[in-house]
Design a protein around this ligand. Structure first.
Ligand code: NAP
Length: 253
């Protein structure tokens, strides 16, 4: 692998929350970053924050459910920076919170399309590119603790996040000898706009969610970004197919 300061990363959902913080962490280490998001304003803000700090970044408007756009995202990295080394497939939505019996079919499809099919679309374009490079590369997918256990009222989300782990393990097997490592992070509940929109500002709900973690608090985007960067680092050179918990003890009970 090349060093972080010679490398190029793609971060989907880079316009907000965990994606923005991870894009900025890559840039802090000298990595050139392609920030991909459906949210143009948020994506451009991330790029401005990086370039104002002296880093290198480019925004590419990308809907991960669209294969032409995920291919264009990878092409932009190669056209602008000449290569691709790391991809953080992070774009995602919370979806409606409703029991299965009342879960609207269209909402189910939308959550699966963004959170699962979107990761597949990105991986396909990224891995095709990485396999062409002698230096290989690293993919990190953003799953969730809800990729390992269920959560009442979040069937679409939990199903998609479990699926992301299946995709991660399969791609790791297919690439064991290509020099491309494929891993996932499984965050607990992290303080981001996704949670705010899910109602976390309600004090009772917040306390209930915090108590599900042994550390009795929410995580920060930086705590997830640190795990993503570690998985990309050569320090993790024998780590592939892993679903790394970043979850404050959520699953230890
Ligand atoms: P966030 O702040 O809402 O950021 C997600 C970003 O992805 C937003 O900019 C969003 O744009 C964008 N996005 C949505 N649909 C997209 C699409 N089709 N194509 C490209 N970009 C799209 O959320 P976050 O909390 O940082 O979440 C990032 C990832 O972490 C998600 O996959 C989420 O499931 C996962 N995660 C989050 C938590 C948590 O507690 N926050 C825990 C575990 C895992 P819009 O705002 O316009 O929708």
């Amino acid at each position: 692998m090349v060093s972080f300061d010679q490398a190029v990363a793609v971060v989907t959902g880079g316009g907000s929350g965990i994606g923005r913080t991870t894009a900025m962490e890559f840039a802090d280490r000298g990595t050139s970053v392609v920030v991909a998001d459906v949210d143009v304003t948020g994506g451009e803000e991330t790029v401005s924050e990086i370039t104002d700090d002296g880093g290198e970044a480019l925004f590419v408007e990308t809907d991960v459910t669209n294969t032409d756009e995920t291919q264009a995202m990878v092409d932009a990295a190669v056209d602008e920076y000449g290569r691709l080394d790391y991809a953080f497939n992070n774009a995602g939505i919370g979806g409606e919170q409703t029991p299965i019996t009342d879960y609207p079919a269209a909402e189910w499809q939308h959550v699966i399309d963004v959170n699962l099919v979107g990761v597949f679309n990105c991986m396909q374009a990224e891995i095709r590119r990485l396999q062409k490079q002698d230096s290989g590369g690293v993919i990190v997918n953003n799953s969730s603790v809800l990729g390992k256990v269920g959560f009442e009222t979040s069937s679409g989300y939990a199903a998609a996040k479990h699926g992301v782990l299946g995709l991660t393990k399969t791609a790791a097997l297919e690439n064991g000898e290509t020099g491309v490592r494929v891993n996932a992070v499984c965050p607990g509940f992290i303080e981001t706009p996704l949670l705010t929109e899910g109602g976390i500002n309600d004090p009772e709900m917040r306390e209930g969610i915090e108590q599900r973690h042994a550390m009795n608090r929410l995580g920060t985007p930086a705590e997830v970004a640190n795990a993503v960067l570690w998985l990309c680092d050569d320090d993790a050179s024998f780590v592939t197919g892993e679903a790394l918990g970043v979850e404050g003890g959520y699953l230890s009970q």
